[in-house]
Design a protein around this ligand. Sequence first.
Ligand code: DX5
Ligand code: ZN
Length: 215
Amino acid sequence: MAIVAPSFLASNFLQLQSEVDMVNESKAAWLHLDVMDGRFVPNISFGLPVIEAIRKATDKICDVHLMIEEPGKYAEAFKLAGADQLTVHIEACPHLHRNIEQIKALGMKAGIAVNPHTPIDFLQDIIEDVDLVNLMTVNPGFGGQKFIEHSLVKIRQLRRMIDEKGLNVEIEIDGGVNLSNAAQIIEAGATVLVAGSSVFGAQDPIAAIATLHAL
Ligand code: DX5
Ligand code: ZN
């Protein structure tokens, strides 16, 4: 059974209440919330007040993906806004271990996100300290992009690293996940499927979530 994390970047912001209600009724366990600063990535999305509002409307896990520089400056604010899990980019953090310790000390689960060009090997000395790895399977910044096929190799490498060390770290796949490629993503070793356009753009989003969850 896959954990499904609908990405609200693809939701209708004028109807946030009903979008959250839909996810609440669905088999999705997490809400994926993408924060972009216009510096680490070439786009700006939404921030703390939006997450605070969504938090009040759900009991599910709020999985916050920070695509921002200097995430340590804002970790406490995201905790206060209601994040259960906070993921920072390895490429944005020269002091990654410090950032991870800070997130955990604040009482959140900690994740590391890696861009498509970043080798899995770079996780070797930090993987034991985290709860999840977000493997970006598109270049971060925008929803609705095409899944980068080489990512399947990286998923398998990460699965092997986690299993060899006997760890319980979620492998979250983020970008271009849809009903056609999700099965091979899970088969390669992923445990969490982030899905934006393939859920919120579906005729029947609840059914799309159920199909992904059943994998
Ligand atoms: C991209 C974000 C993703 C995005 C996924 O930078 O991190 O979470 O919303 O959107 P889809 O599923 O449409 O590729
Ligand atoms: Zn994301």
